[in-house]
Design a protein. Structure first.
Length: 589
């Protein structure tokens, strides 16, 4: 049989748990050196960058493409976190990006303005920079050695690779794994006809380029102009990218890899970036032989077919020749050029990876972010970049904080005047809510780059009223129960049961309004909506874990339990009904 005390409320546990959470958040603030919130552009200044759209004709960019570019840039900003960065269109060809703070602006601006033209092309010639162009030759039976970076040895060989070798088998995660991160195939068996030419692939795209046969003389079959570009490329300085390297309409292009250590001649675009359904940064997995961060790609159905076709063509090419490689090209530069040595990669999943020194967590996350929201339909050049000072300044910030302090003081005075000693509970609850909000905003600035603007401060001030409303609802329900003649301990529980639903409904409406406003707004209004939603959630936590348990604990003391006149729960002052022990008996005459 259960003990009679098993259902007795234990308010101390909830209060202690909340205090432990607050102490942990405070400790995390000091450990992460985030003792104060980050400030937005209007309070801390930042950087303003002007990007001008560039068209081939030199004319004004089409309005539809400008609108699409603006939306993609805003999506990328949102994907970086709530950073209070602003992206706005000016005129017909100009987009202005404003990034708050003094650190990391260049990275964010570059990330937002990156064209992100992703292409998959088959490789037809490659060599290490500084060597003479070498046409594809008869493959050597000795497999290409790979270094620690996952790239082939830098020798003037056509098999010099700019990337890793993915496996056609799937990892437990269901994606292609780079072969440079597992043991390479010691003796690859080439799939070729007796004449030595590349056999046709049944899954090849109709636009598949003609394969160069082993032993062909020179660069047969490739556009001579591209061959000339390839010969002149040294992948350094101004000569790092050939003209038209990122043009998806060009059948042949000459490009360099990211670190400028190799150059390639690539065939037509076989898969475009718009066929990517999702992109995610994936951490290293030593158990699977993966030692660097990577970007996992999921293709749309059409893209999955096209990717399967190009990897089929590559896997059917003669072993040891460049045609075995599929280059992953981003904005006219080869990110990696894996060799397809173990069969075609089907299923619509692929991975972009590279050496650990270049594929860091930040690089992988940034690359996944720009690919996730699609490529910009236009090219943009940086017209100007300037550092701006705070547009509102310290005076406006001080005025906002002073307004919040005045509002807090008025709520405290009203609580003490109307609820007397019970008002101390509301003051303590507001203090706890304020500390939780401060800790949350400071830590969010550290982890998601949230920056507090004057509009965000307004959202925090408005939340004082929302939190006070919750206390008033509960206190009035409690006093109603006392008026009914119930003891304070009984009134605390019955009043809470009646007030709890009202509080949750009111906070749900406030949170829903904040969420909708956040989704449809931009700039400072988004910051207001974010802080309003955050403090609404904090209100629920404080009411459930502090206010109600505190009232339950105080009800055990004689001062409140017996209804002292200064407690705010005096039955006589509230007009409580007198308890009736028996009904009077009326006799008939």
């Amino acid at each position: 049989m259960a003990s009679p005390r098993s259902n007795t409320p234990k308010p101390g546990r909830a209060i202690i748990a909340l205090l432990i959470v607050m102490a942990a958040l405070g400790g995390l603030m000091f450990w992460q050196k985030a003792q104060s919130p980050k400030r937005a552009l209007d309070l801390a200044g930042g950087t303003t960058v002007t990007l001008t759209a560039v068209t081939e004709s030199g004319r004004t960019a089409p309005p539809a493409q400008m609108a699409q570019a603006l939306q993609i840039m805003r999506d990328r900003v949102n994907g970086l976190g709530v950073s209070e960065a602003e992206v706005a269109k000016q005129g017909a060809n100009v987009i202005v990006i404003q990034v708050p703070g003094r650190e990391g602006q260049q990275r964010i601006v570059k990330l937002i303005g990156t064209t992100a033209q992703l292409q998959f092309r088959q490789v037809f010639a490659t060599e290490a920079t500084g060597a003479q162009p070498t046409p594809p030759t008869t493959p050597s039976p000795t497999p290409t050695s790979t270094g620690k970076s996952g790239k082939s040895a830098k020798t003037p060989s056509p098999a010099a690779s700019g990337g890793a070798t993915p496996s056609s088998s799937s990892t437990p995660r269901g994606r292609a794994l780079s072969g440079a991160l597992v043991a390479p195939t010691p003796n690859p068996t080439p799939k070729q006809s007796t004449s030595g030419s590349t056999p046709p692939s049944p899954g090849a795209s109709p636009s598949a380029p003609p394969a160069l046969t082993p032993g062909a003389q020179g660069m047969a079959g490739i556009d001579p102009a591209v061959v000339k570009q390839f010969q002149q490329l040294n992948c350094s300085g101004v000569n790092k990218q050939a003209a038209g390297a990122d043009d998806p309409r060009r059948k042949w292009v000459a490009v360099c890899d990211q670190d400028g250590s190799a150059k390639y001649i690539l065939g037509p675009v076989r898969v475009e970036g718009r066929q990517v359904a999702s992109a995610d940064a994936v951490p290293p997995d030593p158990a699977q032989g993966q030692v660097s961060w990577s970007v996992s790609l999921n293709f749309k159905p059409q893209g999955a077919k096209e990717f399967g076709a190009v990897t089929t063509d590559a896997s059917n090419a003669t072993a040891g020749t460049p045609q075995r490689q599929v280059a992953i090209v981003l904005d006219g530069t080869v990110v990696s050029a894996p060799s397809i040595d173990r069969g075609a990669i089907m299923g619509g999943r692929a991975s972009i990876d590279g050496p650990p020194q270049s594929f860091t967590q930040q690089y992988a996350s940034d690359l996944a972010s720009v690919l996730k929201y699609g490529a910009l339909p236009l090219k943009f050049q940086q017209s100007s970049i300037e550092t701006v000072s705070p547009t509102l300044g310290k005076d406006q910030l001080d005025a906002g904080l002073l307004a919040g302090a005045i509002g807090m003081a008025l709520v405290a005075l009203y609580s003490l005047f109307y609820y007397r000693a019970l008002g101390l509970v509301s003051i303590l609850s507001l203090t706890v809510a304020g500390l939780l909000a401060y800790e949350s905003v400071s830590l969010l600035g550290k982890y998601i780059d949230f920056r507090l603007s004057l509009a965000g401060i307004a959202g925090l001030i408005v939340a004082i009223g929302i939190t006070a409303d919750s206390f008033i609802v509960y206190f009035e329900r409690l006093r109603d129960e006392v008026r009914e003649g119930r003891s304070l301990r009984s009134a605390v529980e019955r009043g809470w049961q009646r007030a709890r639903r009202t509080i949750l409904v009111a906070d749900a409406v406030s949170f829903l309004a904040a969420a909708v406003l956040y989704l449809v707004s931009i700039g400072g209004v988004k910051g207001f909506a974010f802080t309003l939603g955050l403090t609404t959630l904090i209100d629920v936590v404080v009411v459930f874990l502090f206010t109600k348990p505190m009232i339950s604990w105080l009800a055990r003391f004689r001062f409140f339990g017996k209804g002292h006149p200064m407690s705010g729960l005096d039955p006589r002052r509230l007009g409580a009904k007198s308890k009736v022990t028996a009904r009077p008996v009326t006799k008939e005459a």
